[in-house]
Design a protein around this ligand. Structure first.
Ligand code: BTN
Length: 320
């Protein structure tokens, strides 16, 4: 079915006969596959008598060769693009368990069970956004893991800004927002012993060209909605890899403490009144910043308290 889509991706008209000949199937089989494409991938395909079929807009698909060539990551991160997968993070971990050597980068055009933080689902429609999982081997103990997800956030924000999303910023611990709406999210999953040798999959989801969806259950935005122009996802993936490599290398050499001031500088909720939600508990306070390990520093009833942990979530207080 995706072979057919790839024939149509230029956004021009193609006759049923030509499509059938290219695929070695009948015209009615072409029509059936087109129905399936529309239904499953939510793509609009026009049919005009005498001219054939046309996608409502040209589709730019992810291209591993283009991404590798543009990213210039050294030593290289081999790129694999999957048409559809449950979750690129889950698949990266399965490949690792099957013996694949790190580092490698896995992207997908669509996820059917994209994983978000705190057990949420990451809505992942076909061909519109970036679903990016980088699998790395980490040696050197806890220091190499400390603050890692925050550093990844900085690399993402810098990438987005460079591509014209000027309002992109961070929300502790690793959400990327613009105008209080979610633009990108990060999910790190670790296997092995973080105090010794471990592997980490750095999962990044960026809303790129998505302009509408009913499925996301929180306030969201996309690069295209922010900048007003469609974004080249291959270029985005390459630039993100290049930025990640710079930040990860700095983190490896200098540790998180060296990056902490830059992180705070990009923190949108610095100095704001917030509520920190930890299960059924809610703690209210003012954001002072983060410590040298990446934990959140809050002023609670005149005293500083420090919070860390994957299950915490932060909300702005109404009066903030
Ligand atoms: C969040 O909830 O903010 C984190 C979202 C992370 C989504 C990305 S998309 C690529 C990778 N694969 C997944 O299943 N999740 C991450």
């Amino acid at each position: 079915m995706l072979t057919l889509l790839k024939l149509l991706k230029d956004g021009k008209f193609h006759s049923g006969q030509d499509l059938g000949a290219a695929l070695g199937i009948s015209r009615s089989a072409v029509w059936k596959q087109l129905q399936q494409l529309q239904g499953e991938l939510n793509l609009a395909i026009h049919k005009v008598r005498g001219r054939g079929y046309q996608l409502s807009a040209p589709l730019e698909l992810l291209d591993p060769a283009l991404i590798e060539a543009q990213a210039a990551v050294s030593p290289s991160w081999p790129v694999t693009v999957l048409d559809t997968i449950d979750s690129t993070n889950a698949e990266a971990l399965r490949l690792l368990a099957g013996g694949r050597q790190a580092p490698f980068l896995l992207l997908a055009e669509r996820q059917t069970a994209g994983r978000g933080r705190r057990g949420r689902t990451w809505v992942s429609p076909f061909g519109e956004n970036l679903y990016y999982s980088l699998l790395l081997r980490i040696e050197g103990g806890m220091r190499q893991v400390e603050g890692l997800s925050l550093v990844v956030g900085l690399a993402v924000v810098n990438t987005l800004r460079e591509l014209g999303v000027v309002k992109a910023g961070l929300k502790w611990p690793n959400d990327i927002l613009a105008e209080q709406r979610k633009l990108a999210g990060i999910l790190l999953e670790l296997v092995g012993d973080p105090a010794d040798v471990c592997h980490v999959v750095i999962g990044i989801g960026i809303n790129v060209n998505m302009q509408s969806t009913e499925e996301v259950d929180q306030q969201w935005t996309s690069m295209r909605l922010q900048s007003g122009a469609p974004v080249d996802r291959n270029h985005l993936a390459a630039l993100l890899s290049a930025k990640l490599q710079v930040y990860l290398e700095r983190h490896r050499r200098e540790g998180f403490a060296a990056i902490q001031p830059e992180w705070e500088h990009n923190h949108l909720w610095q100095g704001r009144q917030v509520a920190l939600i930890a299960g059924a508990k809610q703690i209210e306070g003012k954001v002072l910043g983060i410590d040298r390990q990446g934990a959140l520093r809050l002023e609670v009833q005149g005293r500083e308290q420090v919070f860390s942990g994957g299950e915490l979530s932060l909300r702005l207080r109404d009066d903030s």
